[in-house]
Design a protein around this ligand. Sequence first.
Ligand SMILES: Cc1cc2nc3c(=O)[nH]c(=O)nc-3n(C[C@H](O)[C@H](O)[C@H](O)COP(=O)(O)OP(=O)(O)OC[C@H]3O[C@@H](n4cnc5c(N)ncnc54)[C@H](O)[C@@H]3O)c2cc1C
Length: 558
Amino acid sequence: MSQDFDVIIVGTGAGGGTLAHTLAATGKRILLLERGTFLTREAANWDPGPVFVDGRYISSDTWYDGDGTPFQPQVHYFVGGATKLYGAALYRLRPQDFGELRHADGISPAWPVGYDEFELWYTKAEWLYQVHGTHGTDPTEGSWSRQYPWPPVSHEPRVQQISDALEQGGYHPFPAPCGILLNEADRAASECIRCATCDGYPCLVHAKADADIIAVRPLLGLPNVTLLTGAEVVRLETDPAARTVTGVVVDRGGGEGSGGEGKREIYHGDIVVLAAGAANTAKILLRSASDACPNGLANGSDQVGRNYMYHNSKAVVALGEEPNTTVFQKTLAINDFYFAGDGREWPLGQIQMLGKSNAMAMKGEEPHLTKLAPHWSLDEVARHAVDFWLTTEDLPKPDNRVTVDRDGNIHLAYTDTNNSEAAALYGEFRKMLNHIGMAAHHVLHKNFYMSMNVPIAGVAHQAGTCRFGADPATSVLDANCKAHEVDNLYVADTSIFPSIGAVNPALTAIANAIRVGEHIAERLGVSAGAAAWAPAPRQAPPGAPASAPTAPSGGGRS
Ligand SMILES: Cc1cc2nc3c(=O)[nH]c(=O)nc-3n(C[C@H](O)[C@H](O)[C@H](O)COP(=O)(O)OP(=O)(O)OC[C@H]3O[C@@H](n4cnc5c(N)ncnc54)[C@H](O)[C@@H]3O)c2cc1C
């Protein structure tokens, strides 16, 4: 196999997978390097025991908190990255999120591009990931140039009841945008909807619009695209001045479960793009230190790894007398408290519905939950539960940061921000519950749905470690997401976020990856064409081998 490529992309998740999809039509030689493997389709995909209790799809990585205490982070190393497990709630940031916003704990800084400029790529992202929704129903949303490709997923009766009651109470619920391939879901019978947008489940029937299914798999037969799995990038080599990346050093087969370091290989790309997720992208840059850049590559500003954000979130179970038989629950959201105003001093954030909980996933919360409803067993509690997710913006703080120790381990120092805003959002939520007849409720641990008891381990929404900006003194990347200090190095994952807003991050990462991909195509003198607009090719029916990859080699757990 050739070691030389036009573009090397590290990571196949929301950022890397989408970027590859954008560039594939250019005909340029693209190498995708992914440390994980394809996630195995197996009965356990849908089983809350292995998924939530055993953490079957969570990496066995050990990271360390600011005090040096080890923890297992909620990271997922597969083709498709975290999107294999995500809830596919695909929101745009609000236009105001692209500007500077004042918060209780400080400033949420502006992005170097505005919403109006970004809007085109949001639209492309929504069409590529086949989002179901209705623009024009959320009073806080920005302008849009094209309606979603598909109408919203209908509310099931209990959610419709809640939506109606909220409207009667003067609230503005709207249909949540969902990335789901309903044709595939229909083909596999309605049961598959159970996992298609439930957070934390892989989709056994491939009906979730994740980066594997939408962006990477359709490229597998192309002669100009090579995917290596079990290929962990450990560092980048550069010219003596650290201005050009000259080699991408890969550990093959030394991944999880392989019992040690594998074979080292070095690949060369005219352009190298890191999209390994916010913590791992920072790790690669920090481990690429050399005499010319002793603090890490592209890190003259000392910003690499800093400004880590991950949302100040709460999962809340609300209990009512009415049973909740909903299967597909993530169809409703409310942004009424997103901004300051109407008597609120600060922006508070978003309320959305979570995937439907079940007794198995609630096990750790049993004593609290059954105390709320002593006449019910845990199964009964689960049958009546309605699940919500409250998100408040987290602010970029320089001391919230990723560092790497001598052995290459990730250390994550983190202190919460905007706790008073999160508390106020919960207060608004409680008032709101009164309108839907569900006063009894319980705040679950933030990571309950992944059965984790270390808050910092909930890195699902990690972002901000290589922010983009106009000033090389305060940012790592320029407005095109090219490293200020390196001529051929880009970053295209959630690392680039200068601020995170209070909506889920994936659609913004996807839109930005299309944007960066088009810029790189232009730099290479070719056009990315309409690739990103085209709806993803339909996948083969469940179980059919047509588009299924051959078993990948190397490490990675699945
Ligand atoms: C349970 C869960 C639910 C979520 N729900 C939602 C949701 O509903 N909506 C939403 O918007 N967001 C959601 N998210 C977050 C969303 O999935 C992430 O924001 C998004 O995937 C981030 O994209 P990324 O490209 O930065 O990283 P990822 O998608 O994680 O991709 C990083 C990739 O890099 C690979 N990699 C890492 N290190 C290396 C290395 N050294 N060498 C080679 N490859 C490497 C990883 O294996 C992975 O494939 C959820 C996340 C989780 C875990």
